[in-house]
Design a protein around this ligand. Sequence first.
Ligand SMILES: [Mn+2]
Length: 429
Amino acid sequence: MDGGFSFIHAADLHLDSPFRGFTRIDYGDENTVENVLRQLRDCTFKALDNIIGACIRHRVDFLVLAGDVYDLADRSLRAQLRLRDSFGRLAEAGISVFVAYGNHDHDDGFRAALAWPDNVHFFAAGEVEARPVVARGREVARVYGISYPRRDVPDNYASLFRREPGVPFAVAVLHCNVGGNAEHANYAPCSLDQLAGAGFDYWALGHVHSRAVLRERGPWVVYPGNPQGRNLRETGARGCYLVRVSPGGTVNLEFLETDCVRWERLRVPIDGLATEQELLDRLDKRLTGLGRLNGGRSLVVRLELTGRGPLHRRLGYGAALEGLLEELRNRFAGPTGPFVWPDCICRNTAALVDKETLRGSETLLGDLLTITRAARENGELRDRLLEVLAPLHDRAARHIDLPQGGEFDALLEAAGDLALDLLWEDETA
Ligand SMILES: [Mn+2]
């Protein structure tokens, strides 16, 4: 890039993650299970390979890793050796590497004594360091960063960053929680306003595993997310950002997918299906479609059956769900190659109930349906319900609003259905 430059921003590699959540492997051919487990064991490393490959292919000037490179502070030797070899490939290509450690790989943990190539800089713990990036004979950028000295960092590390005069483009590398994201530990807390006003051009963040561009330009504030999902909370495409900076300083971001095994959730309704064969056909179609959508990548899929129909009761007999699971695994995974692996099937279905006929009947269920309807249509009863709910709501007011109008109707309907399904199971079991 004449006059401009580029870099790749990644974070939260969690190399050598153990995949503890993945335990449901009890149905499936032994060699197939081994193939699935092997790919899961290797996928954080494969994602690293993909990042390195992208650096070389796009001829970037440097790579930034913003914390949690390793999964544990006691870094596995395997992970350290793989990382060193990967950085060696970048050294041969003349690409610099800047690494800041986060809460998972803080400075207090075990570290093997290895010789790292000269192109790599690990930021010191507890203080901000600055390193120039020189390309084609001049400094194109300066990279600032800080590592965690221990796991818990309650300090506002962002306040330690100071841009020096005369820096052409300033990148700040920090593992932190911006704006008190409740899904992640509140380490190195800071606010978006604070980052926006600190005088840098690009905040290369880590810690939050879902990618998010918190701010575009003036400055860019970016979480790339983790390059490889590790459990069902980390679904969908994962990767890193390729950041191109034009000679005039204009920044352009491109998301690059780097994950090898992808996690997905799939909801399949049983409505309108009468037989197990029809359900299998529907599941086959949906899983085939999902595999195609994800470019033939290996997938771990949590299947959820929803809706109403006669299959609800049939699937409750014996080990019907286990049988389905085994059949699907045999169809979609083998001893080699990419797989689509349903890790379990949740049955959140309900029986088909003819509500109108039931409502007219002199039964407990009939009464329940009559009361549910009255709660929606009778103003007095409705007000009384809202009164009863008010003190409950006071306690949760910070988290939810009191339901209004149509929302309240929908809740009443859902509550009535839930009560009906629970009683219906009891009565017909
Ligand atoms: Mn992390």
